[in-house]
Every structure is written in structure tokens, then in C-alpha cells.
Design a protein around this ligand. Structure first.
Ligand code: TYD
Ligand code: MG
Length: 467
């Protein structure tokens, strides 16, 4: 690949390698090539190859020694039992039931969102179980971390060890000497290796340092948490390519002007990516929110044009939320379609169905849709609520209080069934809703006390049911 040349160029988006710099990569990304020293890379690359090809779940040193030899799959130890409880239920849930041994987890989020706090609370939780945690900080001094720790606990366990260091090779030496049970790197953007000359935080540094960390984790079977900052646009600052190297990519998000923080996984080799962890940032650290629906609907009363409650079944629990829509006369020639939390392509489809099946022409209207609280529900069960909210805003008709709507909308205007409608219904009653508009298909369930079920087979029927 690199040939005899000293440097190669690598695309930060897809990892494509080229002997020459290119303005646009074959993956379509512009200006994404960065220069890397071929020597340093081949060394790091060698580590990557062996890591990728061996039995990850075994986690033992043996997995890396000598040339790979096939073993019967049934004799390979399953890592499933080896979960480590972080003592933070919401974090365990998003990870898929605790931390699997020898895994690399990336925690990404905007500066100031609370990554260091979350990770420190996890460190404290682990240390309370007699596990030694090495917290390496390249951003803050020991005093600063001590101050944070004092906010979240008045009894810092002795097994939380703190190291202010940015040289990844020195960190590797410390780990070899100390044999911690857990390693935390805060943040990857501050780490560097002497092997390559570029500055810390650069794409090549981040990549090589992540390689070193992966080696440490897999070789010693210890879990590693890596903190990474992301830019406002929500991208990992620098390399998207390290997402491929790690087992789990978690993102920690929220509106900094509010206290709600959400933890989601965009990649998880050891669990689903549909679980949501919820926290509240308090004076004394992050507190778990077990009733996320209640928190998301806090202050919601309905009875406003364009506002409705809806629900999705995320991971292992129903999640109720508020959805808002606004239609306004467009000033530009081309009407805007803006969506926060709901899929933009689906919104386009829903608007087309509204026009065709409900006679609602929005071609000279801008449409805004927002799922309140910063959640981004994965499934399609919020389709119907989005349609009804847009309809309500466009018609200037408020949706009656106590109403919640779920259902997927098909291109023919039909309302398709949703998963676990019965559990959504049960949750709706708990939160005080009195009427559920749902797919006709889902109506055969035990009606929870206090909730009226309105089945709708088509969008027109749902609109009729609304009034
Ligand atoms: P921090 O964990 O430093 O964020 P990050 O590592 O993602 O940059 O936390 C940032 C904010 O959280 C900071 O503005 C102070 C606030 N905070 C609290 O409100 N309560 C607390 O107990 C702690 C530790 C922090
Ligand atoms: Mg921090």
C-alpha cells in the first residue's frame, strides 16, 4: 500500500489510503485526506490486524500470543458472564448489561456536557467493588478532578487512581506496572505518541493512540473507556475512523441550559443500540432518571395547536414524549422542512401522505417538527403523531388534552401496527393520559383502566378520531 514512500494519505472519513493527496475521496468526502508516516502506521496497523482477527471475547493474553490457530468455537469461553456492573444502572443498560471484559468504549459528547462526571462516577462505582481504576487525565490536573470527585461523593474510594499524563506510551508502561482492572482516558484528543511527529489531537495521533489503547485492553482483558469531544455539529472531532476500532460508541447529549442528559449507543458489539440512559445533572453529580417519560412530558398539557404526545418502544421500555409541529408561510420559493428528533425523510413522506389523503397542501408552507427534550426515537411509531401535529398546526385546531397517538404511516395512508402497544398503553395511563389513538391492528389488547382506545386504520380515520 504505502510502497517505499515515507508518507501516505488517509481519508479521515473512510480510511481509504492513497499515495497522493486528493481533494475528494472515493467515498465522496471533500478535503478529508491527512498525511501519515507509513512507518508509524504500519506498526499501528499490525496491531490492528491481529486485534481484529482473534477471539475478542476470550480477552485473555493467550488470544494474542503466536500465530493464530483455529480452535473449535464451542471451546471458546463466552464473555457474556463476565459483565462488570458499573453501579450506574442507566450506564449498564446502554452498554447491554454492564461492561464486557476487554472492551473499548468511546464516550463522545460536546465539551461541558458531563462526560468527565459520568466517567468519574463510574470509576467510583467500580472502585467500591474492589476494582482498581486508573483515571488518566490529559485535560485536567489532579486538583480539578479531586474537586469534581468531592462534589459527587464524600467518600472517594482508595482504588481510584489518578494520573495526569498525555504520553500514551508512558500510560502503557504505567498500566503494565500497575495492572489496573479498569482504564479511563480523558480525553483521546489530548493524547500523543512520540512515534509520529504531528500534534496531539490530530487525526494520525488519535488513530495511533487508539490503537495502543486497543492493544492494552485486548491484551490484558481490561475494559477501557475513552472520552472524545465532538463538535457542535455532532461529529467526532477529527477521525470518524476510530469508531471502527472500538467496541462501543456512546454519545452523551443534552441541552446545556437544561439538566436532562441522554446516553445512547450508536455502535455496540455487546448489546443493542436502542437503549437510552437518562440522567439529571445536579449539584452533586449525575442522578439517574428512571422515569424518563415523566421527565420528557414535564410541563406538557396539550391543548395547544401543533402539540401532541406520542410514544416509542426504545430498547426494553416504552418512552413517552411530546412532539411539536409548526407550519408557517414560506418566504423563500422553496418551502423549508426542518426536523429535530424525527427522521427528515419520513417527514417528507408524511407530508406527501397528508396532502394526498387528507387534502392538506403545504407546498407554500415551511414545516418544523421537534421532539421535545432532545430524544431521537428510532422507530416509526411517532409517524402518526407527527402527521396529526402538522395537521393541527396547519388547521389551527388544538388537540384535546389527554390525547396520545402512536402508529406508523404507510404510503397508501394506512396506519400500520407498532410493537408493544400494550406496554405503551399501560405507561400512558400511568402518566395520566385518557385517550390513545392507535393502529386498528393494535386495538385487541386488554384496555387499561381509565384509557379510551381509538383505533384507526387510515390517516383520515385518525384525524376524524381526533375531534
Ligand atoms: P464535565 O463532566 O466537566 O463535562 P465534560 O467532561 O463533558 O466537558 O461537567 C461539565 C459541567 O457539569 C460543568 O459545567 C459543571 C457541571 N456539573 C454540575 O452541574 N454538577 C456536578 O456535580 C458536576 C461535577 C459538574
Ligand atoms: Mg471533561
Amino acid at each position: 500500500m504505502a510502497g517505499k514512500k515515507d508518507t501516505i494519505f488517509v481519508c479521515a472519513e473512510c480510511g481509504y489510503e492513497s499515495p497522493k493527496w486528493m481533494g475528494q475521496c472515493i467515498c465522496g468526502a471533500w478535503n478529508s485526506f491527512y498525511e501519515e508516516r507509513a512507518q508509524a502506521r504500519s506498526k499501528a496497523g499490525a496491531g490492528k490486524a491481529s486485534g481484529g482477527g482473534t477471539v475478542r471475547r476470550g480477552g485473555a493474553d493467550g488470544a494474542f500470543s503466536g500465530p493464530g490457530r483455529p480452535v473449535p468455537l464451542r471451546t471458546v469461553a463466552s464473555g457474556q458472564a463476565d459483565r462488570i456492573d458499573t453501579n450506574i444502572g442507566e450506564l449498564n443498560r446502554v452498554l447491554g448489561g454492564g461492561i464486557a471484559k476487554g472492551t473499548l468504549t468511546l464516550i463522545a459528547g460536546e465539551p461541558g456536557i458531563g462526560k468527565s462526571t459520568l466517567i468519574l462516577q463510574a470509576a467510583i462505582g467500580l472502585a467500591r467493588q474492589e476494582l482498581t481504576v486508573l483515571y488518566v487525565s490529559g485535560e485536567e490536573s489532579g486538583e480539578q478532578i479531586r474537586m469534581r470527585a468531592d462534589r459527587v461523593t464524600n467518600d472517594i474510594p482508595g482504588r481510584v487512581l489518578m494520573l495526569a499524563e498525555t504520553n500514551i506510551d508512558a500510560i502503557a508502561d504505567t498500566v503494565a506496572e500497575l495492572h489496573p482492572d479498569f482504564l479511563i482516558i480523558d480525553s483521546i484528543q489530548t493524547m500523543y505518541t512520540d512515534e509520529i511527529t504531528s500534534a496531539a489531537g490530530g487525526v494520525s495521533q488519535i488513530r495511533v493512540c487508539t490503537d495502543v489503547l486497543m492493544h492494552i485492553g485486548k491484551q490484558r482483558g481490561i475494559p477501557v473507556f475513552i472520552v472524545a469531544h465532538i463538535t457542535k455539529a455532532g461529529e467526532l472531532a477529527g477521525p470518524k475512523i476510530i469508531e471502527h476500532l472500538v467496541d462501543c460508541v456512546l454519545s452523551f447529549s443534552g441541552d446545556k441550559s437544561r439538566d436532562l442528559r441522554l446516553l445512547t449507543a450508536s455502535k455496540n458489539r455487546f448489546g443493542t443500540t436502542s437503549e437510552i440512559g437518562a440522567f439529571e445533572m445536579r449539584e452533586n453529580g449525575l442522578a439517574e432518571i428512571t422515569d424518563l417519560s415523566g421527565a420528557l412530558l414535564d410541563g406538557f398539557s396539550g391543548q395547544t395547536e401543533g402539540t401532541i404526545a406520542t410514544a416509542a418502544y426504545e430498547g426494553t421500555r416504552p418512552l413517552l414524549m411530546e412532539l411539536q409541529a409548526l407550519t408557517a408561510h414560506t418566504n423563500a420559493g422553496f418551502p423549508a422542512r426542518t426536523s429535530l428528533g424525527a427522521d427528515r425523510a419520513r417527514l417528507g413522506m408524511i407530508l406527501a401522505v397528508l396532502e394526498k389523503k387528507a387534502g392538506l397542501n403545504l407546498s407554500s408552507f415551511d414545516v418544523y417538527v421537534n421532539v421535545v427534550g432532545g430524544v431521537r426515537p428510532e422507530g416509526t411509531s411517532i409517524d402518526l403523531a407527527a402527521a396529526l401535529a402538522v395537521w393541527s398546526s396547519a388547521k389551527g385546531i388544538a388537540i384535546p388534552a389527554g390525547t396520545i397517538a402512536i402508529g406508523e404511516i404507510g404510503l397508501a395512508g394506512e396506519i400500520r401496527g407498532v410493537r408493544h402497544a400494550d406496554r405503551i398503553a399501560a405507561e400512558a395511563v400511568k402518566l395520566g393520559f385518557t385517550r390513545l389513538i392507535l393502529p386498528e391492528k393494535n386495538i385487541k389488547m386488554k384496555t387499561p383502566q381509565g384509557l379510551r382506545l381509538c383505533g384507526a386504520a387510515t390517516l383520515q380515520e385518525a384525524i376524524a378520531a381526533l375531534l
